[in-house]
Design a protein around this ligand. Structure first.
Ligand code: BES
Ligand code: MN
Ligand code: ZN
Length: 487
């Protein structure tokens, strides 16, 4: 879909559909509802969030249709709500076969942040995960979306929104690929192609290189699969013109398990297909790098993605195996289904070796996190309050909800093994916390944030503003954090 910025007045737009934002409690007198009094009085148009009213041949407009899109209460409206409104409008219109539309940013909403959110929301709403359907008769997409706004920074906002929206859809497409087509080798290839296209540095480690380095935890998980593992490193370095005085080097680490059967500690069959999404941490990190390469923050950012397939087989690692991590610490693998923390351990150590000063990881790590927080908030663990403050500012601005969870030392008792330095599971209770504390062993002493996205990385049903499947979360917050730290 092409996203454009235009300054013409809404009434002059002559395409197939013009989208106007309407709000709860707004009088029709001065706002976009002028002329629609009959329906506001009857309560048919209330301005509630998600409400869509399509009017044909509207008087006073050149457009063939006006879509009145509800934004809820004005006091609660902000760029995150605009993102959803634009997505809802696009999905509503494209379902009717309408392929061109424009959204009006009224004076008060004519800012860079609103323009960015509107562009992004439109792109996100337009995405469907139906690439492999050969019958395209039911697949409908919007081709052109214009944002009409006269504010000074609107154009820059539209550009930023386009970059972010396209990066998220790129990440969603990778995560949606079926596990027979999206193997660690393929993920590494796709990351490499993207890096070449956007001018990022790229290094891919194969098994031999991992063995030479001593990434025993990552290699252990990979043993059961015929598909070889990869370790992907992408580097963004600011040009001297962009570089900030800050000495921060941000490391973004993403879990890239292309399919998680559980290994020898095999998972039940029900819903196992969803474990193709066990690579969503990695796609969010890679997608963030795609946007960062274009938005050019002032600090260096390195992506580190360990990617494997977790399979049972005659060569698999067994419960009871002891592996030596890159850090030198030994781990007794009591449950081969707790594989994410094993591959992330080596990635976190490697991030330290290459000089990262701040680390953030994203991983579909535990079912326990889904039990604790459901699909609304991402479980967020932080070893440093100041860094968490920056993360909170970044994620709040992007409308990606985060909830801080505890990391008390007392829970560490649960990770003690009689045979090795640690074991890889923590017992029945507090599973998201013990998983996080396991990772902390490898992230310390750096300021580090761990995001357990098991409940938020993908949605099980369509939403009005987004198709079911991967959400790309927390890609936007990653990008915002990089910009925010640059100062
Ligand atoms: N990938 C899963 C976690 C997961 C579960 C993600 C549900 C998305 C939805 C992870 O590798 C896993 O299997 N975790 C185990 C850990 C346990 C063995 C300590 C879990 O949560 O059951
Ligand atoms: Mn698992
Ligand atoms: Zn997993």
């Amino acid at each position: 879909m092409e996203i454009r910025w235009e300054t013409q007045a809404g009434t002059d737009y002559s395409g197939s559909a013009l989208i106007l934002c309407v709000f709860e409690g707004d009088g029709p007198v001065a706002g976009p509802l002028q002329g629609f009094e009959e329906w506001t009085a009857s309560g048919e148009i209330s301005g509630k969030t998600g409400e869509c009213t399509l009017i044909h041949r509207p008087a006073g407009f050149k457009a063939a249709r006006v879509l009145l899109a509800g934004g809820g209460k004005r006091e609660q409206f902000g760029p995150p709500a605009m993102r959803k409104l634009a997505g809802t409008a696009v999905r509503f219109l494209k379902a009717k076969g309408i392929s061109k539309a424009a959204l009006v940013l009224e004076q008060a909403l004519s800012t860079s942040d609103y323009a960015s959110a509107a562009a992004e929301g439109a792109l996100l709403g337009n995405y469907e995960g139906d690439r492999l359907k050969t019958d395209k008769s039911a697949s409908k997409f919007m081709d052109e979306f214009a944002i009409l706004g006269s504010g000074e920074d609107v154009e820059a906002g539209v550009t930023r929104g386009r970059i972010l929206g396209e990066a998220q859809n790129w990440a969603r497409e990778l995560a949606n690929e079926p596990p027979n087509l999206m193997t660690p080798t393929v993920l590494a290839e796709r990351a490499g192609e993207m890096a070449a296209q956007y001018g990022l540095g790229c290094e891919i480690f194969d098994e031999a290189k991992m063995r030479e380095l001593g990434m025993g935890a990552l290699l252990g998980v990979a043993l059961g699969s015929a598909e070889p593992p990869r370790f992907i490193i992408l580097r963004y370095v600011p040009e001297s013109g962009h570089a900030s005085k800050s000495t921060v080097h941000l490391g973004l680490v993403g879990k890239g398990v292309t399919f998680d059967t559980g290994g020898i500690s095999i998972k039940p069959a029900e819903n196992m297909d969803k474990m193709k999404y066990d690579m969503c941490g990695s796609t969010a990190v890679l997608g963030a790098m795609r946007a960062i390469a274009q938005l050019k923050p002032g600090i260096p950012v390195t992506a580190l993605v360990p990617t494997v397939e977790n399979m049972p087989g005659s060569r698999s690692q067994r419960p009871g195996d002891i592996v030596k991590t890159l850090s030198g610490k030994t781990v007794e693998v009591l449950n081969t289904d707790a594989e994410g923390r094993l591959i992330l351990a080596d990635a976190l150590t490697y991030a330290q070796r290459i000089g990262c000063t701040h680390l953030v990881d994203a991983a579909t790590l535990t079912g326990a996190c889904v039990v604790a927080l459901g699909s609304v908030n991402t479980g967020t663990f932080a070893s440093d309050d100041a860094f968490f403050g920056q993360w909170q500012a970044a994620s709040t601005a992007e409308g990606e909800k985060m909830w801080r969870m505890p990391l008390d030392d007392e829970y560490k008792e649960l990770l003690k093994s009689p045979f090795a330095d640690l074991h890889n599971i923590g017992g029945r209770y507090g599973g998201a916390i013990t998983a996080a504390l396991f990772l902390k062993e490898f992230a310390d002493p750096l300021p580090w944030i761990h995001l357990d996205i098991a409940g938020t990385a993908y949605i099980e049903e369509n939403k009005s503003f987004m198709a079911k499947g991967p959400t790309a979360l927390p890609l936007r917050s990653f990008v915002r954090l990089a910009t925010l730290i640059s100062g």
